[in-house]
Write a new protein. Structure first.
Length: 219
């Protein structure tokens, strides 16, 4: 594809992005879009359009000082290196995905950490920094699954995207003992058979899991 063809192919994307920005910052009514953007707005998914309308309503309600402060924060964000922005987006998405009770546990742990003497904070930080990168990212799953991630990591490695949310939901439904049993199964299952193990687990009803674990561990 030539450079000119690539430029033309990106034009609709740029137009849609411009429309999204305009919806966020230019709309003065939360329930309706500016007429000049209605046709482009209809091309957006309903949930994305609703978020942009909500953002537009918030922007319209802000004072000049609030808008200036937001612009400053946006400029600082844009100045960050792309890898750092990606890391922060991942952490934010992980936080949003946590159940309310696990957010409370994480906030309590953060408060305990903040109350420690600086030398203890540095020691804990050094221990965390020494972990393998995959184990560090495992703690993004929250204080419960994060603690079990090292044992379950072989099951979660190469997890298909369509199984990601269902698998995390099932893991959070399991009891601590069931997660220990699952870790044993994971270690006993060869890599080429782990996809079948994942599919079996996802297909097993919550009230049949004790029997499933008993059967699998007895094989």
């Amino acid at each position: 594809m030539s450079r000119a063809e690539r430029t033309r192919s990106r034009a609709p994307v740029r137009a849609l992005a411009f429309a999204a920005l305009s919806l966020c910052l230019g709309a003065l009514a939360a329930q309706s879009l500016p007429p000049e953007y209605q046709s482009l707005g209809r091309r957006l998914p309903a949930d994305a359009r609703a978020r942009l309308q909500a953002n537009a309503a918030q922007w319209a309600a802000w004072s000049a000082e609030q808008r200036a402060a937001f612009a400053t924060r946006a400029a600082r964000w844009n100045a960050l290196p792309a890898p750092e922005r990606a890391r922060l987006r991942e952490r934010y998405a992980a936080w949003q995905a946590l159940p309310t009770d696990e957010r409370a546990l994480a906030q309590a742990a953060a408060a305990r950490y903040a109350a420690l003497p600086p030398e203890q904070q540095q020691a804990l930080r050094a221990r965390f920094d020494a972990l393998d990168g995959s184990l560090q990212r495992g703690w993004l799953l929250g204080p419960i699954l994060g603690a079990d991630y090292a044992a379950l990591q072989p099951l979660l490695a190469q997890l298909p995207l369509q199984q990601h949310e269902p698998m995390l939901r099932v893991l959070r439904e399991l009891s601590p003992q069931q997660r220990k049993d699952l870790a044993v199964l994971v270690q006993r299952t060869p890599p080429q058979a782990r996809d079948a193990l994942r599919r079996e687990l996802l297909a097993t009803r919550w009230d049949e899991r004790d029997g499933w674990f008993w059967h699998k561990l007895g094989q």
